[in-house]
Structure formats: structure tokens, C-alpha cells
Design a protein around this ligand. Sequence first.
Ligand code: SF4
Ligand code: SF4
Length: 125
Amino acid sequence: MPETNPCMDCGACCACFRASFYWGEADDCTPGGVPVGMTADLTDFRRVMRGTDQKEPRCIALMGTVGTRVHCAIYDRRSSICRSFQPSWAEDIPNEWCDRARLAWSLPPLTPDIWTAPRDFPKAA
Ligand code: SF4
Ligand code: SF4
């Protein structure tokens, strides 16, 4: 992850959407997978990260303060849905869901130059 990765001072998507995935991605089926204790059953075949299926979502694994400084406590073990979610312009294309999540937290959508311009990290609250 480059030092300029804007996700590290965002986290909006982890506190905006339901993060659900095939049940077999959890570590009671796949060693090293998503810690099953951080999940809840959604359907017979899908699980959801705890906290993301509530009215005001916030994933149980999200550490820190949205919009200031965050990290995922299970980054190396996160599910496929989390791995596939791309920040806007990371691959030279926008992601409207990234933009929507940021706007929901009163953060401006990312612009392409965010990936190349030097930035100061925000001060901790
Ligand atoms: S909303 Fe976008 S910028 Fe923020 S953490 Fe998610 S992917 Fe990264
Ligand atoms: S598991 Fe990590 S990346 Fe996925 S929603 Fe939770 S905090 Fe975000």
C-alpha cells in the first residue's frame, strides 16, 4: 500500500455498506480466512461482517476514526468483497460507491492526483 493511500485516513466504505460474502470464506471453513467470530449469518450461504448490517453500519474490524485515521484489524484476512472494493482512481477509473461512501461522511470524492501528489497525514483527533 503506497504511503499516499487515501483509504488510511478515510474508512467511509467500512462504515457505510453491508459487507457480505460466501460463508466458506470464514476461518471455520478456510484456514486463515475471515475470523468467524466477527461475522454473522446472513442467509444459508452468506455471512456478513458484524456491524455492517445495522442501520448505521460500521464494521467490527474497522479501527480508528472515519475521516481521520483508520485501519482494518483483519486486513490480511478480509473477505473477497473487501478486497475487490477499489478506491476511486486507484486503477485509473472512478468508483461511484467509493464516492458515495465518502460523501455520506462529508468527505469529497477522490481525484486522480490523490495517488501521486505528496500529502500530509491528518493530525490525530
Ligand atoms: S470510501 Fe474509498 S477512499 Fe474511503 S476507505 Fe473506502 S475505498 Fe478507500
Ligand atoms: S473487514 Fe476490514 S475492509 Fe472489510 S469492511 Fe471491515 S474494516 Fe472494512
